[in-house]
Design a protein around this ligand. Structure first.
Ligand SMILES: Cc1ncc(COP(=O)(O)O)c(C=O)c1O
Length: 396
């Protein structure tokens, strides 16, 4: 047996759609990207979406639109991937990390409340593994602490409290209290990276929920920032004679291409089925581990729908070294496993910024004995059975 951790699920539908684009004569941002943006907005239940080349770009552009920079603070969780925090550094603001909750994979909301200062401009909650954070709780805290908040630009003023920029890299298709992820936070960033549930190879999207704000204006600003701040994109410039353009901001270059968007258009047609298959696999694993010392994270929160991006298990009583040994033994049996996450303060880059893992006891404790099993739609029932039998045998 050789079981990969997370291979992409690409069918003939994706291949045909990409070939269609290749034959169309238009490769970069164009009609297919615009179509994918419309489909994403419809699916999420918002007016508009912007496709980009990653969730990292989506998070960073959200911070840029919010006018966040030097002198500001942005809070996120210590237990996440670096992109949730590095974007704060990129815009010149101060990264503030809070520990994780004892009973979930979300941030400790009491620690979030304590971390708010007069300089805080945004919070980046992370829907780890596709399980939505407790957004009512987050908004309640930020509303209650509103007197600390001093807006810096028009968008911040219209929000009227610290902004919520949701890292939904894992959560495309997720729901919280009957609302789709993407329609709840002030800004939401999705990832369509090759290992994600829904993939365009590399890619991402940003949506926003800013009542009272001009939708077209936000869309246009995101367009500008994603393409050099140039007032005409490549498609507009193809109009005969319409060569002239103006650079309005020193923008980034993080637009999605039509080749990537065509993968997304095909994935969109298959996505409900892909989510259903993930659900079947999670249920099969969870049943197999009942009554053992292998404790899976809860993918069935009362208040929402998890996209089941990662199957993280806690190995009761194992030390860090023992957990690592289990991963090696699984590899010897042909099963690729992983760890989500090595907490940020445990990485060299964050240590250099002055973070100390001892200040994040819960994240460190969790990290020591978790591992992630393969969870993807190319897995057969037999493979799921093989993986769970191997793990049970090894940890016995
Ligand atoms: C929690 C989290 N946030 C953000 C990202 C960044 O996504 P992307 O690779 O699309 O920039 C990832 C990627 O794995 C992630 O796991």
């Amino acid at each position: 047996m050789k079981i990969e951790f997370s291979p992409p699920d690409i069918s003939d539908l994706e291949i045909e759609e990409v070939v269609d684009t290749l034959k169309s004569g238009w490769l970069t941002t164009g009609p297919k990207t615009k179509e994918l943006e419309r489909r994403i907005a419809d699916y999420v239940g918002v007016k508009k979406a912007v496709c980009l080349n990653s969730a990292t770009a989506a998070l960073e552009l959200a911070l840029i639109l919010l006018g966040i920079g030097e002198g500001d603070e942005v809070i996120t969780c210590a237990y996440t991937y670096t992109a949730s925090a590095s974007v704060i550094h990129h815009v010149g603001a101060k990264i503030v990390l809070v520990d994780m909750d004892k009973d979930s994979f979300q941030m400790d909301y009491e620690a979030l409340e304590r971390a708010l200062t007069r300089k805080t401009k945004a919070v980046i909650p992370v829907d780890i593994a596709g399980v939505p954070c407790d957004y009512d709780r987050i908004f309640e805290i930020l509303e209650r602490k509103k007197s600390l908040f001093h807006p810096k630009n028009e968008i911040q003023k219209s929000i009227g409290r610290v902004a919520v920029v949701e890292d939904a890299a894992h959560a495309f298709g997720g729901e919280y209290k009957g609302k789709k992820i993407g329609s709840i936070a002030d800004f939401t960033a999705f990832s369509f990276h090759a290992v994600k549930n829904f993939t365009t190879g590399e890619g991402g999207a940003v949506t926003w929920n800013l009542p009272g704000t001009d939708e077209e204006r936000i869309y246009k600003e995101l367009m500008l920032w994603s393409l050099h701040g140039q007032n005409k994109d490549a498609l507009a410039k193809t109009k005969l004679g319409a060569w002239e353009y103006e650079i309005l901001y020193p923008g980034y270059k993080c637009n999605m291409t039509d080749i990537l968007a065509s993968l997304g258009l095909a994935q969109m047609k298959r996505y409900e089925g892909l989510l259903k298959r993930r659900d079947e696999i999670v249920k099969a694993y969870t049943k197999a581990f009942e009554g053992t010392t292998i404790h899976p994270m809860n993918h069935y929160p009362k208040e929402g729908f998890s996209t089941k991006h990662l199957y993280i298990v806690n190995l009761e009583g194992k030390t860090l070294e023992e957990r690592n040994e289990v991963i090696v033994k699984m590899a010897q049996k042909g099963v690729a496993c992983n760890v989500h996450y090595k907490p940020l303060p445990y990485h060299g880059a964050y240590k250099k910024m002055g973070f100390d893992i001892q200040d994040y006891p819960e994240a460190f404790c969790r990290y020591q004995n978790v591992m992630t099993l393969p969870l993807h739609t190319k897995l057969s029932d037999e493979e799921v059975e093989y993986i769970s039998s191997c793990l049970k045998e090894i940890v016995k």
